[in-house]
Design a protein around this ligand. Structure first.
Ligand SMILES: [Zn+2]
Length: 313
């Protein structure tokens, strides 16, 4: 009988992904269910039901679980097992840890979803590189990051370490939702990429595009798309340089929805990083030629990170 089962959760605003593994991290089941955000009570019972379904699919029972890990979009207070300011989940302050612990009678590891994804990305990275320090940059509708130092996820004082999305990269850049101009998020997030592309066409806005489509068009040589992606990739290369300078990490891994464009996303960043290396002896010393990677499309970094955190309890 398996009695060292670990459950990893990636709780998002629309859906919750559940991963069940055994003690050797072998996948026993995966399950995704809609996240119920109408009411905190329904939220918890919905997550518990999603876990139960995943356990059933894995052919195991609740009493075989050793620990549960969860990545949640919000500010995590680990001592209390609380999530704060989880706007996407319609929760202001909620003791998700104690609630799940009460139902499943096991310890719960909580982490902000991007920090959890950073830890999952770290595990994947180790299949590619022999490195123990890494930065993770997630490019999606927003931009966020996490850092793993000497194999440990860097949580920070309040759990919000490495929030680079609102670091200003261009003083007179586009207005950001936070009120500042030229934040990284206002220049290189998915919506920012689509908007900058559309602005290159005169007259009324062209048909709505996604960042992924802009990357695809750039890979096919479409001039406005090439220009947009060149600019965005230069900004992201500066973000890589910044991470390396601040944390002396060996590897920078990109993830998030936009990075799933694959090679058309990654290659222009690698080229832009190479140009930074050409300019600077310091950058050449700090950034290895092969330092920049992207998660394979579809890789569920947050659930894997949650599993890893559960295994560390
Ligand atoms: Zn901002």
């Amino acid at each position: 009988v398996l009695d060292h089962i670990f459950v990893g959760l990636d709780i998002g605003g629309t859906k919750t992904a559940v991963l069940v593994v055994d003690q050797d991290s072998k996948i026993l089941s995966r399950h995704t269910a809609p996240t119920q955000i109408t009411d905190p009570k329904i939220f918890v019972t919905g997550i518990a039901a999603a876990i139960d379904t995943a356990l059933q699919l894995a052919g195991v029972t609740r009493d075989q679980i050793q620990a549960i890990g969860a990545g949640i979009p919000g500010h995590i207070v680990q001592e209390k097992g609380e999530v704060h300011m989880a706007v996407n989940l319609n929760l202001t302050t909620f003791p998700i840890g104690p609630k799940l612990s009460e139902i499943f009678k096991v310890p719960i590891a909580l982490e902000n979803d991007v920090r959890a994804a950073a830890f999952g990305a770290y595990e994947w990275m180790q299949t590619q590189r022999d490195a123990s320090t890494m930065a993770y940059i997630s490019i999606g509708t927003g931009i966020s990051a996490g850092v793993v130092l000497n194999g440990r996820l860097y949580h920070g004082h309040t759990g919000m370490a490495v929030e680079i999305g609102h670091v200003q990269f261009e003083q007179d850049g586009p207005l950001c939702a936070c009120g500042m101009h030229g934040c990284l998020e206002a220049l290189a997030s998915g919506p920012a990429i689509a908007r900058q592309y559309q602005e290159l066409f005169p007259g009324p806005a062209i048909q709505a595009v996604t960042a992924k489509e802009v990357y695809q068009a750039a890979a096919e040589g479409q001039p406005q798309a090439v220009d947009t992606i060149q600019l965005v990739s230069q900004i992201l290369a500066r973000a890589v340089n910044m991470m390396v300078n601040m944390y002396d990490v060996e590897v920078v891994v990109f993830g998030g929805g936009v990075s799933s464009a694959g090679a058309p996303f990654l290659n222009p960043i690698i080229e832009a990083v190479a140009r930074i290396r050409q300019q600077s002896d310091l950058a050449r010393m700090l950034i290895a030629e092969d330092a920049v990677l992207a998660l394979p499309p579809g890789h569920s970094a947050a659930t894997w990170g949650a599993i890893k955190l559960a295994q560390q309890i």
